[in-house]
Design a protein around this ligand. Structure first.
Ligand code: GLN
Length: 256
């Protein structure tokens, strides 16, 4: 929600975001993550341009500061998995290694890993950028979820969201957990791990949409992108999020 009296700053910073396969990978309002990034940038006078990357599109990955990859049904994932690997693979993997700030939710998260073996036995190839793999189960893991995460050097934050997936994601040694599941299932419903982090790439199962509900993570991602583009002194202007944080707290109190 717009903070009252939000400063209308002159545009001084510009950032570019790539939105991966939004026509096939957009469930539970995942597009809201892009809107949240754009709005919290705009309130600070940061211009965030969004480029849609659909199947067949060429992308200059070195030009992007941020990327978003939403969730999808197994059928949607099957439609784009080869394009992701064969057309975007080399450029996107290199950008991830160089610190592209990327958020991937659920089906998008799965396809950044090594592979997704669906519950019908179809093996979808992943990008292999994250050291995780996913196996589909017969029972879907559905419900509200809370993940306690430490973002940078700050105090732990309780991220709230909604999950619905058949895939169980297991981590290798090349990723760090994003956080610890306090309520819900998380990556696999077994080990309490909620999401993965590698360099500036974040993957997790939290729909919601995630970023409108969790402004601390939104601002963390914008801050990372700003410092990567403009250097360590680029600072993120403080911005009110009273209502969002109140709603977040209510959900945490209800669920944990
Ligand atoms: N199709 C995947 C699964 O069921 C991802 C689902 C999603 O993105 N919500 O595990």
């Amino acid at each position: 929600m717009p903070p009252s009296g939000a400063p209308h700053l002159p545009v001084n910073y510009r950032l570019r975001l790539a939105h991966l396969y939004s026509s096939h990978m957009n469930v539970y309002g995942d597009r809201g993550n892009v809107i949240a990034l754009q709005q919290r940038c705009a309130w600070r006078g940061i211009e965030l341009s969004v480029t849609a990357i659909e199947p067949g599109a060429e992308a200059d990955w070195g030009s992007f500061d941020l990327a978003f990859f939403g969730g999808g049904q197994d059928s949607g994932q099957a439609l784009i998995a080869r394009d992701l690997l064969e057309r975007q693979g080399i450029g996107l993997r290199a950008a991830i290694e160089e610190g592209l700030v990327l958020l991937a939710i659920c089906g998008g998260y799965q396809l950044l890993g090594h592979y997704f073996l669906t519950h019908t036995g179809e093996r979808l190839p992943g990008l292999g950028a994250l050291d995780v793999y996913t196996i589909g189960g017969k029972r879907r893991l559905i419900g509200n979820i809370v993940v306690e995460a430490r973002l940078g050097t700050g105090a732990p934050v309780r991220l709230v969201g909604f999950e619905n997936h058949s895939g169980r994601t297991y981590h290798g040694v090349g990723v760090q957990p994003l956080g610890r599941v306090l309520a819900g299932y998380g990556d696999n419903g077994e080990d309490g791990v909620g999401g993965a982090v590698y360099r500036n790439t974040f993957g997790c199962y939290l729909h919601g949409a995630l970023l409108p509900k969790n402004p601390q993570l939104t601002d963390h991602l914008i801050g990372l992108a700003l410092r990567r583009r403009y250097g360590p002194n680029a600072t993120l202007a403080p911005l009110d999020a009273t209502l969002e944080l109140h709603a977040q707290r209510v959900m945490v109190e209800r669920l944990v």
